[in-house]
Design a protein around this ligand. Structure first.
Ligand code: AP5
Length: 214
């Protein structure tokens, strides 16, 4: 099964993806997480992506498509499918994905849009805190992190992502509306789009997703 989680920055893609892959048992492919891991490790890929991410812009399609194409060809994906989080983000990426999957005699089963208005997203992102070790997330108001900023799960440091500053959040939302939101119509025209209210509490969003993908 190949499922795409589509939605603006802060819609809850990462939050829901972590829970979903545990339940469904297939690989979680988050292009944002892959870039951040490469950035932390100082790899050439991380260095190439750094400037785009810091500015809230998209990393160029050719770089992302190569990265995801490589990941999709791995045996675990070919065997079990994948949950795609943060990819595709442009029509060119969606076309490339279609090409990869067709070559593997596979196809996208569903594209689920987590629908959340911009006003809620700014509050979510500016208050988000994340563990650098395992990616676990908190929110300073809704689910505050431990006072010592040490992750209770893995002991890693809890930090604020560089791109969660107010100026970069605005730029990321602009990029989403210009370049990524057209994908909702792209998948709708193929009969694959499902929409979930991402403003509901996380457990309710999770239950709605589980029902859709049952
Ligand atoms: P990426 O890491 O993919 O970031 P994003 O899409 O901006 O999404 P976020 O991770 O910010 O949000 P999310 O939807 O996962 O929300 P979360 O669950 O954390 O990409 C980062 C950058 O990498 C991009 O800007 C780009 O430069 C580059 N990049 C990545 N993929 C690319 C691609 N395909 N092409 C080109 N460039 C690419 O939740 C957010 C907060 O809300 C948390 O605090 C959480 O606790 C809270 N929350 C979650 N759900 C709820 C709820 N239901 N109610 C209340 N609060 C909630």
């Amino acid at each position: 099964m190949i499922v795409i989680l589509l939605g603006p920055p802060g819609a809850g893609k990462g939050t829901q993806a972590s829970a979903l892959v545990k339940r469904l048992g297939f690989p979680h492919i988050s292009t944002g997480d892959i870039f951040r891991a490469n950035l932390d490790a100082g790899t050439p890929l991380g260095l190439e992506a750094r400037g785009y991410m810091a500015a809230g812009e998209l990393v160029p399609d050719d770089l992302v498509v190569r990265l995801v194409g490589d990941r999709l060809s791995k045996p675990d994906v070919r065997e079990k499918g994948a949950l795609l989080d943060g990819f595709p983000r442009t029509v060119a990426q969606a076309e490339a994905l279609e090409g990869f999957l067709t070559a593997q005699k596979a196809a996208v089963d569903a594209c689920v849009l987590l629908d959340v208005p911009d006003s809620a997203l700014v509050e979510r992102l500016s208050g988000r805190r994340v563990c650098r070790g395992c990616g676990q997330g908190w929110h300073v108001s809704f689910s505050p992190p431990p006072a010592d900023l040490k992750c209770p799960r893995c002991g890693g440091p809890i930090y604020q992502r560089d791109d969660d500053s107010e100026a970069t959040i605005k730029s990321r939302l602009g990029v989403y509306h210009d370049q990524t939101s057209p994908l909702a119509d792209w998948y709708k025209s193929r009969g694959l789009l499902r929409v979930v209210d991402g403003q509901a509490p996380p457990e309710e969003v999770g239950a709605a997703l589980a029902k859709l993908l049952a």
